[in-house]
Ligand binder design. Structure first.
Ligand code: PLP
Length: 393
């Protein structure tokens, strides 16, 4: 059975050009980039090139890029650095819909006496900007907001949020893990001070990421040890990962605009067909500005987990939300924050597309999904009760 992969917000396929760029650095060129000999020096040179590819993609300068192990480390490093810079400031501004990479850290900081303001979102998933602005206080050590939501694809106005924070002298960090490669990023013209990125979300390898730190921002490293990354992230470099990420950024810089237009068309085709073919269905975040590849749909009277199991039988890979929160039976905190009732939130499925998806695959999902929902509703006591009540009326 052919796999139809529509879980690209969880992770993406490594593109052949990226793999090709990485392979020699797993085998032939295995030198340590910090070594004094030229065998290591060649590898260091290649890391410099990868850094330039990342700079170009983000509109940054080489010294503003720190290679990390991924989005989670970058988020942790950004927030912890801001706190270490200003130990007297005990307040953090974030949102209610952040990824666990940010949320779990904030929850821990709460137990350490920090005050955390989680800014609410409205029913569309848009950030309450008035509340955000009110919560930026002289005691705020950092404001950290995701650029685009991993579950719904809703985009926050982070450039505006960064400017507001900057006006009050507050460092601003954004988690752009889901944004990179899907909408343009240009840090030259923005007030964003720190930004997180992850290789495996943009057709690069896993276990590699970037923390962008704007020039003249004081940075306190999370991981200490050797002198790598200009003393800002210790540990021998993940050379193949860095080279792969550089290549993925180069490809995204050249191709993303054209690819995303095609992906958006496929996503819209999927949504429109499902909405018109399956009653009691909604698109979560559908009224907001969204990433082109993400569709989060709720199907009333069914369980998202059950839908996934049936989809899996057809080789269709989707998700009920963040891969990092799967296994939890709790409804999504993102959907609950949007005011979606828990039962509806439980019946949600996220399809996240990539340039590898074809129109045929979309049509297979369009043909398959309504049958699955009907089958599940057929065995749902709530569905029968609702139908009975409607007939009685
Ligand atoms: N932030 C967001 C918005 C994400 O979607 C993810 C991964 O799902 C992460 C952070 C974590 O990134 P990584 O898997 O590279 O640690």
């Amino acid at each position: 059975m052919k796999t139809i992969y529509m879980d690209n917000n969880a992770t993406t396929r490594v593109v052949p050009e990226v793999l090709e760029a990485m392979l020699p650095y797993l085998h032939d060129f295995y030198g340590n980039p910090s070594s004094a000999h030229s065998f290591g020096g060649e590898v260091a040179q290649k890391i410099t090139e990868a850094r330039e590819q990342v700079d170009h993609f983000l509109g940054a300068d080489p010294e503003e890029i720190i290679f990390t192990s991924g989005g989670t480390e970058s988020d942790n490093a950004a927030i912890q650095s801001a706190l270490a810079n200003h130990p007297e400031k005990r307040h953090i501004v974030t949102s209610r819909v952040e990824h666990p990479a940010d949320r779990a850290l904030c929850r821990r900081l709460l137990t350490q006496g920090y005050r955390i303001s989680e800014i609410p979102v409205n029913a569309a998933g848009d950030l309450d900007m008035a509340s955000y602005q009110e919560n930026l206080t002289p005691d705020t050590a950092i404001a950290s907001l995701m650029w685009a939501n991993n579950e719904t694809g809703v985009i926050f106005p982070v450039e505006e949020a960064a400017t507001l924070a900057r006006e009050k002298g507050i460092p601003f960090h954004t988690d752009a893990v889901q944004t990179a490669g899907k909408i343009p990023i240009n840090l030259k013209s923005s007030g964003i001070q720190m930004l997180s990125l992850s290789g495996h979300k943009l057709h690069g390898p896993k276990g590699i990421g970037v923390l962008y730190v704007r020039k003249r921002t004081k940075f306190v490293p999370l991981i200490v040890g050797g002198h790598q990354e200009r003393n800002r992230r210790a540990g021998t470099e993940n050379t193949p990962g860095i080279i792969g990420l550089g290549k993925a950024c180069e490809l995204a810089a050249n191709r993303a605009a054209e690819e995303n237009a095609r992906v958006r068309e496929l996503r819209d085709r999927l949504e429109l067909s499902i909405l018109s073919g399956v009653p009691y269905t909604r698109v979560n975040g559908g009224e907001a500005s969204r990433l082109p590849n993400t569709s989060n749909m709720s199907f009333e009277y069914v369980e998202g987990e059950a839908i996934l199991l049936y989809l899996d039988e057809f080789g269709i890979c989707a998700s009920t939300g963040s891969a990092c929160s799967s296994g939890s039976l709790e409804p999504s905190h993102v959907l609950l924050s949007m005011g979606i009732p828990p039962a509806t939130a439980q019946g949600s499925v996220r399809f996240s597309l990539s340039v590898y998806n074809t129109r045929e695959e979309i049509d297979t999902v369009i043909e398959t999904l309504p049958g699955i929902i009907n089958k599940l509703r057929g065995i749902s006591p709530l569905w029968s009760a609702m139908r009975g009540a409607r007939l009685a009326n």
